[in-house]
Design a protein around this ligand. Sequence first.
Ligand code: F3S
Ligand code: F3S
Length: 109
Amino acid sequence: TYFISSECIDVKDRACVEECPVDCIYEGDRKMYINPVECIDCGACEMACPMDAIRNSSTVGRSDVFAVDNADYFREPLPGRAEPLGNPGGAMKIGTIAVDTPFVSTYGS
Ligand code: F3S
Ligand code: F3S
């Protein structure tokens, strides 16, 4: 699957969102997150990102910290929430989530 890495943090260009045929790129506060269950691996987002922030975990490795963090965004409860986000089936309908994983919120500080 594909995931979004550090280069998106505090940039959020959003060109990737326009390209995704299944609308599986969700908006946190500092960065965007790809839902690994909903992503169909089309790769369109990877080419669109001007920051080269999007990677394929089968190339980079599933243990990459941002690959794990992207998956955790959906499978672990986010700060301030009791339940995990899960697989909402489309980012547009839920809008900006405005929360990051603890890893991303403190990244670089
Ligand atoms: Fe981020 Fe690149 Fe998308 S900067 S919002 S991954 S286009
Ligand atoms: Fe969408 Fe990118 Fe996956 S365009 S389907 S998130 S590879």
